[in-house]
Design a protein around this ligand. Sequence first.
Ligand code: LLP
Length: 414
Amino acid sequence: MHHFHYREGELCCEDVGIRAIAEEVGTPFYLYSRATLTRHFRAFDEAFAGTPHLLCYSAKANSGMAVIKTLADLGCGLDIVSGGELYRGLAAGVTPQKIVYSGVGKTAGEIDFALTKGILQFNVESFDELAVIDARARELGKTAPVALRVNPDVDPKTHPYISTGLKKNKFGIAKEYALDFYRKAASLGNIKPTGVTFHIGSQITQTGPFVEAVQSMAPIVAALRESGLSIQYLDVGGGLGISYDNEAPPLPGEYAAAIRQAMAGIDLTVIAEPGRAIVGNAGILVTRVLYEKEGPAKKFLVVDAGMNDLLRPSIYGAYHAVWPVRKTEGEITADVVGPICESGDFLAKDRKMAAARPGDLLAVMSAGAYGMSMSSNYNSRPRAAEIMVSENRFVVVRQRETYEDLVRGESAFS
Ligand code: LLP
């Protein structure tokens, strides 16, 4: 569900015509609907109503301050994977006690930052990391709350690059070592075990893998209780998919119901870390057609956004629908490509789409998650502007980068 729709043939975000925004701010730009973000947060929150829970939006999906602040104002917490995301979260007003910190490679400096701010939980991915967190906490006179990230060896049935809960993946610690981990954790002076966590992958379109993962936590929680250790949180990670094309992923209510059912006997507070399902369909990328090019093999539409703006089609072969900003007559089949000097620079391939000509605006749909957050300056392209709409108002929430921004901090060798 989202708030991008046509009114008299013109694509609008909530009550704002997208063409007017393009005229004012230029292209390309990311555009977010605040109402969609709010709606998605509420859908998750209501889905878990009746079960003690905390939603920690996964900042990596879109770490824009406006997105994080919109969610924080609704009471949402944050799942972070770097000092930078912690900084952004705090700056956007997220309560430290609602922040969980995941990731396999936290540095001592990042750990210190999180300890000093008093975050809710470190989701720990290795014995080495546990030792460093303990040492840093001792140094700072703190106790670090930790959850073990268990690798449950569950196949999430998604793209291999975004599968994370299989034995062969770098994430978490195998179930077999879980009890050793907690024993070790409990024996360390500056560690307090608070939870157990997993994250099996992303863009998961069925409930089965989540159920399997939750069920595999039950024996661990039971064994901990038996050995006199108690924990408070079951963090089920993120991963719920969205509809890019014709996928039909479970709704938040179905997802939450499946998790609750699988938790039978595990009376822990649930933490969930949705990213894509909150922001994916709340954002689009708006780009303008520069040129039309009819090759011997196919037709190309060259647009002013490229793989540096939206990397997903290039690296995952991901599908993003392309809609005309003003409805047109007729249909074409074309590759929608960017200006970057790589053949992998495409936003859509062999796509049957509404006819479009140079000067027309196109909306690349479902680009709110892992769009701007994975963008780069490749080919020395300034990063796109970001706009947020609420009802009939739009705000530039991130200025388009300038050429001066591109070279900031650089100097010639001398
Ligand atoms: N929690 C942890 C520990 C994660 O690693 C992730 C995503 C999430 C939560 C949020 O997952 P979500 O609800 O968004 O599926 N760049 C890829 C996706 C990478 C996901 C990485 N981890 C893409 O564009 O599809």
